[in-house]
Design a protein around this ligand. Sequence first.
Ligand code: ADP
Ligand code: MG
Length: 326
Amino acid sequence: MHALKELIENSVDAGSTSIEVLVKEGGLKLLQITDNGHGIEKDDLPILCERFTTSKLKEFEDLSSIGTYGFRGEALASISHIAHLTVTTKTTGSSCAWRAHYSDGKLTPAKPGQSSAPKATAGRGGTQITVEDLFYNIPTRRRAFRSASEEYAKILDVVGRYAVHRTGVAFSCRKHGDSGVSISTAANASTVDRIRQIHGSAVANELVEFSVEDDKLGFRASGFVTNANYHVKRTVILLFINHRSVESTNVKRAIEQTYSTFLPKGGHPFIYLDLEIEPQRVDVNVHPTKREVNFLNEDEIIESICSEIRGKLAQVDSSRTFLTQT
Ligand code: ADP
Ligand code: MG
């Protein structure tokens, strides 16, 4: 579900306050992301799915933009090679929306024989990315696709992560044909409300907020973790580094270790950790398909975060003891 992450990032980057995801057959038949962001200029549509176009190349060399995530995405180009891609978009300045179809990085007609030029259409402000028939041209990848429900669970996991992290943005995720939505978060919902909606009240009622920063180590961390009243069989960790959902075995292990003195054996916490690190300290060799991230002074930064969490947990623990004593 690497592509979905990229698409959500694009929508967020476009200043969207609403991101809707629609899924058919676990994303194999259809994955559609609709946002209300600033849209794409009609003139940019012909080169939208080209790799390393001039304008993008300039961006590519711009270290600060590489630094944001440690790499550049090029999600649309990649998708156009493995699926039928349709982009419908409207900027505020445009009187109508424009729809374009792509194949192998280039504009393609909606139907054989038709023009491949973008077509004017009705539409709201923002962008809708429609990915259909994923891996239609790669049978081995298609066969490797697991069950639709398993794939949908992975999609919900990704949307759920960003829904917790991106306050100010409304998220929804829906399976085609279902009357209800699986995820529905209002734009003005707080982080705790977002955690409640996606992970339940049992988690949300036992959260401790923390934040810690260190200029010398070049980081700033904040988030919510469950206190000693709560535990589950497996750690649930939502880790964002520079606003990108990533994984770090080192971070996870260290926090689990921190909890071992607070939780019964086999009990694990819920962790939402929003970590910002000076971009040049994050491993820029991280490939978009590789989620595991490393960064400079990793041990020191992790220890600083764990010590902060340990302090918070001890506070809650002692107030609880105090309450039961009186
Ligand atoms: P990259 O993000 O690495 O530039 P992408 O293939 O993800 O490559 O997107 C290409 C470009 O298309 C983006 O740089 C952005 O200008 C534009 N774009 C993509 N998705 C959206 C969107 N949802 N809203 C507005 N612009 C978008
Ligand atoms: Mg992108």
